[in-house]
Design a protein around this ligand. Structure first.
Ligand code: HEM
Length: 539
């Protein structure tokens, strides 16, 4: 039929007849969106001026967005408003604004903007991280809460400790591979805690699958900024319209996402049935809770998705990638601030007398030096803009109108750079947490910003906290971490410019000198690992 019209009208008239209604549709959509963004007597949040129709499309930064947003904050205030083709965006550059909107009014600020590209073509629609408010979203959050609430975490302590000891012993042998080793430790933790699955020494297909997801994902650039995300109707077109490489990436991503949902879940079930799977795991907890008298599993797809999102977290915002960045940042801090390392170690040695290594039991009785190093996250936030939220109702804040459907970027980076809250924010300074020293009364710990806000706060917060604490503690207690030197003995300084990709910032590859403090520390690590593996076998 289109072919007949083409023949009848000729190419010019044909394209005009097709293009004009689309153009008018887009214009009226933008007009209506813009109109909704105005309310009598109420001002719009201040921000860069923008252009007719496209709004601030050309102002939007394409890299390190959090830095530009912070600069806008200095110019326009804590709350900055922009719009892209009529779609309102709000940037929150202060702790107060984030608290007022995302936490105090979380009932209407906890949706996610629909990421059409990932959801429709990439088949991410089952992942909680991107899910819009729905019964399914609440169910998955409940399930993750059931398995990963604060009270449940001690059940995973033994597994976390075992993986951290194993990591340290491998690190002692090949310190230059620190990055791969952290990666292995993160993957091993997540697979064990999620499915009770022990990863293979080399090339576990589950861990490789997640890395494949990640490498396809970052090819897409900034999540949520493809033209399809702004004009969802375009997702009805075939994906090759946007290029063959793009279509290939989407196809591969979709198939990886399908297998991420199903394959590890059924592998976990087979391992439970054959008695190979370790307990406790999220899968055990959820199957216990949802298996019915007739043996069927209620909400099975939600269980697949809740475990799947924790599993996929090995490489994305939820999990291993974030754990990896946090530990790499800690290594950088230890190299660059040897005094902080010495001070922390002196305190640990005084408590453990070089006869024991830190365990979760001493966390309870507190080793303040470890706690302060762990709390000091202002040095480099992992996810500088967290994950975007979206509002679901019209709202007014400080006389500004915020229409329903506004995308909100909480600028965690800007909060942690606030000199009033964190003097010398770029300096690793655990002593800021010595009571009453530098941290202002009423301020919050830097690490409280790391996990996001309100009802969409990270579901793996307590688990991640435990994993990071255990690893930092062992690194502090058992290793000397210092700057490497060149042939002439000059220190090789790391490049501290992090790269921002999709949602997290990554340190550039750096060399780091990591060595066991003494043979005694090596023995302590081996003895502790043997003891924990022995305990594991007898369970
Ligand atoms: C150091 C490690 C981690 C960091 C820094 C981190 C950080 C974050 C941040 C900033 C968000 C967005 C929150 C918001 O929208 O306001 C998030 C969401 C999420 N995280 Fe984590 N995370 C970590 C580890 C984990 C782990 C280990 C898991 C799971 C086992 C996990 C599961 C999730 C999930 C499921 C969400 C989405 C929650 C939702 O949309 O409702 N995270 N995380």
């Amino acid at each position: 039929m289109l072919g007949d019209l083409y023949q009848a009208f000729g190419p010019r008239l044909f394209y005009f007849l097709i293009g004009a209604p689309i153009f008018i549709f887009v214009l009226s959509k933008i007009y209506l969106l813009r109109k909704r963004g105005m309310r009598n007597g109420l001002k719009k949040p201040p921000g860069p001026k923008g252009w007719p129709l496209i709004g601030n499309l050309l102002d939007m930064p394409t890299s390190n967005q959090y830095l530009t947003y912070m600069d806008w904050g200095k110019k326009y205030g804590d709350v900055v408003g922009v719009d892209i083709c009529g779609r309102p965006i709000l940037i929150l550059n202060s702790r107060q604004a984030i608290h007022d909107l995302l936490i105090k009014r979380s009932a209407i600020y906890s949706n996610r903007p629909r990421m059409e590209l990932l959801n429709t073509w990439g088949r991410w629609d089952w992942t909680l991280v991107l899910m819009q408010g729905s019964e399914e979203m609440h169910r998955q959050r409940r399930m993750l809460g059931q398995c990963l609430n604060k009270g449940m975490i001690p059940r995973y302590h033994a597994a976390i400790q075992r993986e951290a000891l194993d990591f340290c012993l491998r690190l002692a042998k090949t310190p230059e591979n620190y990055k791969e080793l952290i990666d292995h430790m993160s993957g091993a933790n997540i697979m064990m805690i999620t499915y009770g699955h022990k990863v293979k020494e080399e090339a576990d297909e589950n861990v490789e699958r997640v890395h494949d997801v990640f490498s396809e994902f970052i090819k897409l650039g900034n999540a949520g900024s493809h033209i399809v995300d702004f004009f969802p109707a375009l997702s009805a077109l075939p994906s090759w319209v946007f290029g063959l490489d793009f279509a290939k990436t989407m196809k591969r991503l979709a198939s990886l996402m399908d297998s991420s949902l199903i394959d590890p879940y059924f592998q976990g079930i087979r391992e439970i049935e054959s008695g190979v799977a370790k307990s406790p795991s999220m899968l055990h907890t959820l199957l216990d809770a949802y298996t019915q008298d007739d043996g069927s599993v209620e909400h099975e797809r939600s269980i697949q998705a809740a475990t799947g999102v924790a599993y996929l977290g090995i490489a994305l915002i939820a999990g291993g990638d974030t754990t990896m960045i946090t530990i790499c940042t800690f290594l950088l801090a230890m190299m660059l601030y040897p005094e902080a390392q010495r001070n922390a170690r002196a305190e640990i040695d005084a408590l453990l007398k070089n006869e024991r290594l830190p365990t979760f039991e001493v966390r309870g009785s507190e080793v303040p030096a470890i706690r302060r190093s762990h709390d000091e996250r202002s040095f480099q936030p992992t996810a500088p803009l967290a994950v975007a939220h979206q509002s679901t109702e019209d709202d007014v804040y400080n006389g500004m109108f915020i229409p329903a459907g506004t995308t909100i970027f909480p600028n965690t980076w800007a909060c942690l750079q606030n000199e009033d809250d964190f003097p010398e924010p770029d300096v690793f300074k655990p002593e800021r947490y010595l009571d009453g020293v530098t941290l202002k009364e009423g301020s919050v710990l830097a690490k409280e910003f790391a996990f996001g806000y309100g009802r969409r706060v990270c579901s793996g917060k307590h688990l991640a906290d435990a994993i990071v604490w255990m690893n930092l503690s062992l690194l502090l207690a058992a290793f000397d971490i210092s700057l490497p030197t060149d042939k002439l003995g000059n220190p090789i300084m790391p490049d501290l410019n992090y790269e921002y990709g999709a949602t997290t910032v990554h340190p550039k590859p750096f060399q780091c000198k990591i060595s066991l403090r003494s043979e005694k520390h090596g023995e302590l690590l081996r003895a502790s690992l043997n003891a924990s593996e022995g305990a594991d076998r007898s369970n």
